[in-house]
Write a protein that binds this ligand. Sequence first.
Ligand code: ATP
Ligand code: MG
Length: 268
Amino acid sequence: MYVQEENSVYLSISDISKTFQQDKNPPLSVFHDINIAIQQGEFVSLLGPSGCGKSTLLSIIAGLSRPSTGKILLENKAITAPGPDKSMVFQESALFPWMTVNENVTFPLRKKMNKKERAQSAASYLKMVHLSKFADHYPHELSGGMQQRVSIARALAMNAKLLLMDEPFGALDEQTRIILQEELERIWLETEKTIIFVTHSIREAIKLSDRVIIMGARPGTVISDFKVDLPRPRLQQDMAELEEEVLKILKVEIDKVMKEELQYAGSD
Ligand SMILES: Nc1ncnc2c1ncn2[C@@H]1O[C@H](COP(=O)(O)OP(=O)(O)OP(=O)(O)O)[C@@H](O)[C@H]1O
Ligand SMILES: [Mg+2]
């Protein structure tokens, strides 16, 4: 287990829970007793079975949603709204359909940069995600994976200190995924960014993160917090042991979800 020093906490998540009220069904408790302390500059991955609340937790950190109970502080200030200090890549790409690729990437920069700086920044990040040729296209003219790459370029161009990424590479082909993992690692190493990265890929989590946090099946909480102490760039053979260990823990939680699904299907 990872022990955090109190005095260096950048993002402090204390005892938070989230319950959704539902019209026809009883309230849905998604997670409870979540306690996570993150230092500035850390790269933290979040793993857990589908439905355990990873996206919900990320949207609370982004300030898009409020926890039902508990406290969440960024640099000792309560998070109450989205802001330029945090940028988010959503699980589903969230582009403005009426704007071109270039306009989508430059739009959030309009208050921070002049026109020339915006154009330069957008061009460099679109190049990174291999979409320079599509700068003047509209989102509907791109595939799902390409749209996701535009969302990644937009989030990186915003250059926020805290980057929240919800399965950002999930919809990409293997080659592109590997290229973007390397680019993200490079950007993170060159900057002081703190990254919280949700993924279903154990390998991706271990390859990129300082810490891998595992959430249990709903209503979940943090069940493991691994420090990944391997030299970078990480090699497959060095990661294998930890991969095995994480898989074992995750499998128990995924089995719980499967069993619940089967019971539910059987009760029809
Ligand atoms: N706005 C909402 N209103 C009601 N229930 C919601 C809402 N948002 C999420 N949920 C429910 O909360 C639970 C957690 O959802 P969430 O999207 O956070 O899971 P996840 O861990 O990100 O899953 P996945 O790995 O499939 O993306 C799910 O049961 C979902 O149906
Ligand atoms: Mg999700």
